[in-house]
Design a protein. Sequence first.
Length: 258
Amino acid sequence: MRQWLVSLIVAFQFLTRLPIPVQVEYNKRYVSRSVLFYPVVGFVIGFILYLALVVLSSSGSAPLDAAIVLLIWTLLTGGLHLDGLMDTADGLGSHRLREQMLAIMKDSRVGAMGVLAAFFVLLLKWASLWTLLDRMHQGSLSGSMLLGLLLTIPAVSRGAMVAAIVRHSYIGGEQGMGGLFREARAGYLAGAILLLLFPVILWPSYGWLWVIGIQAAAAWLLVRHFVGRLGGLTGDTYGALNELVETAGLLAAVYISF
């Protein structure tokens, strides 16, 4: 039981900047087991975002509220996944040989493709949040539905990371943090998928299935593209996967009627 609790703490300390004043050992066992709790981290992030929206809702300014929520969303993760997105965009956007792309991704400097990728992902997220908030203010989207979306979207994106970690080879090298995930098992993926059913049970709707289905399809296409170009996955591609699957979920929520 203690080992699973440590793994839960590792998941939150690794994926968020939430103040958890507990020192734990980051070894392969705990880090690999922590992937089971990635959807839980997504649920907590989504719930914090919803609480922020409740506090901000009295302002009546959807664009500003959406910007503040997006800022909180980014601060909660410390920009970890955005950093991976930018590095991945720089590497794949260079259109060079595999070894050169991997070298570019390891470079701490950010290039034009990385800046553009981060800009457009943040822009799409902000516009999507603005639209959803505006619909809630107009009464066409209930607060409980918005809560369900904010719980589901970040949880599914982190569930996509679990699937990528378990099912595909890591090629980031032993020095990369992703090397600690090599002991992750298929059973952890099955457990993560079961956790993702939580919002569907609470808010049964075909809309949820569409959002989750679109996120899953986006994840499959992205992983296939990454593996096809690089021959495997790195810590940067995990972060890029999370950001892009989150964005796909928000866009799906905007264009699907609930």
